[in-house]
Design a protein around this ligand. Structure first.
Ligand SMILES: *Cc1c(COP(=O)(O)O)cnc(C)c1O
Length: 410
């Protein structure tokens, strides 16, 4: 089954009550039982069933199963936001004294989170590029995880997943990737050796910019050394499933950042068109990047532009798909602001992965808590504009940006 067919007819797209074609919204707190015996079994995970929506809900489960199938995982767990997915994915396997090696070009919220984790005794060492040459020298006896974004937002650094996974595994470490900007349309990191994939499904998965949510997908292929990964020690008997089982029955359940059934429903509706949207979004980004790159004084960063340092890797790893994010440098902050204010169709908003094309000046918004050095590492400068292309007609987008830039020069 090809990608778009799988979105509608995959094996996790099952029958729903009354022959409903999409999963109904089970907007309830708890589920009643006919007998106390049945209830006991469900609480002991000895029978399938739902008891309480923080711990399990049919609409949320339908979303998790579809995400799991799309990523080729063993289990998916939905969370209230992308940040909660990242937080829980990390806390599930790390203890005080453990270290992470991560790319410095991460999403700003992730960098802030890693800073918070230092107060719990979990330290992050950063590499400028998530590649073998830069990671290997930082691995020490405390390292427990390699973490990176498949396509950095907004720096657009690309991870060679197989090479980094092979390096991590040769040191007994798992690889966790944030695949928000790549989406399963572009790549399945688990198939290239990543062990855990996290998403902010608030973005491309939902697609309509209408719900905050996140998801963790565990490939369950990692051979945990339980003497080393102390956080999973109590789950030894589950072997490779230890990560998922601790997450589901302990960290995720107890930290309580479950996804609402309504948001899960919106995600299911959205993700059925992921392939169509991404095809259009990538094509729009490529056309817009090419057009903007021809304007004197505008410096564009987009993965498939000739001369992009990742072009070879993008061709090989992503089949030439460049994603929906491009950035360009306007020359000055003043001009960047003028361009943003001159745009007619483009929405000034801080998310990505919407139907609408969105643009923002990251330095004065998303990165206000970062140092100049952290910003530069993330590819953010005082004159940078980030664009997340939507599904409008490319000619209108090109015209809108071209006009906005011309007006800014007057
Ligand atoms: C938006 C985003 C997040 C955070 O997700 P929320 O749903 O906003 O909590 C994490 N990583 C990346 C790459 C993102 O773009």
């Amino acid at each position: 089954m090809e990608f778009n067919t799988k979105l509608l007819h995959g094996k996790t797209v099952t029958d729903y009550p009354y022959g409903a074609t999409v999963p109904p919204i089970s907007q309830v707190t708890a589920f009643k039982f006919d007998t106390a015996e049945e209830q006991e079994k469900v609480f002991h995970h000895k029978a399938a069933g739902f008891a309480y929506s923080r711990v399990g809900n049919p609409t949320v489960a339908a979303f998790e199963q579809r995400m799991n199938e799309l990523e080729g995982g063993n289990a998916a767990i939905a969370c209230s936001s992308g940040m909660s997915a990242i937080t829980l994915a990390l806390l599930n396997m790390l203890c005080a004294g453990d270290e992470i090696i991560a790319g410095s070009g991460l999403y700003g919220g992730s960098i802030d989170l890693f800073e918070d984790l230092t107060k719990l005794g979990i330290k992050t060492r950063y590499v400028r590029h998530v590649n073998v040459e830069e990671i290997e020298p930082l691995i020490n006896e405390h390292t427990r995880l390699i973490y990176g974004e498949v396509i950095g937002n907004p720096g657009l650094d690309v991870m060679d997943i197989k090479a980094v996974a092979d390096l991590a595994h040769s040191h007994g470490l798992p690889l966790m990737t944030d695949s928000t900007t790549a989406t399963p349309y572009i790549i399945n990191p688990l198939k290239l050796g990543a062990n855990i994939v996290v998403h902010s499904s608030s973005k491309y998965i939902n697609g309509g910019g209408n719900s905050i949510s996140g998801v963790i997908v565990d490939g369950a292929g990692f051979d945990w050394d339980f003497d080393k990964f102390k956080a999973l020690d109590g789950y030894r008997k589950f072997g490779p499933l230890a990560y998922t089982i601790r997450l589901r029955t302990d960290i995720w359940e107890n930290l309580g950042s479950c996804l609402s059934p309504f948001n899960a429903f919106m995600n299911i509706i959205g993700m059925e068109t992921l392939g169509l949207r991404m095809e259009r979004i990538c094509s729009n980004a490529s056309k817009l990047a090419t057009a903007l790159d021809q304007i004197p004084g505008i410096r564009v960063n987009y993965l498939t532009l000739p001369g992009n340092p990742y072009k070879g890797l993008v061709d090989r790893q992503f089949g030439g798909k460049g994603g929906g994010i491009l950035t360009f440098r306007a020359g000055s902050k003043e001009k960047a602001f003028k361009i943003l204010n001159n745009l007619q169709y483009v929405t000034k908003a801080s998310n990505i992965g919407d139907l609408r094309t969105l643009a923002i000046h990251p330095a004065s918004t998303l990165y206000i808590r970062s140092s100049e050095e952290q910003m530069a590492a993330a590819g953010v400068f005082d004159d940078t504009i980030r664009v997340s292309t939507g599904i409008e007609d490319a000619t209108d987008l090109i015209e809108d940006f071209t006009r906005a830039i011309e007006l800014a020069d007057k």
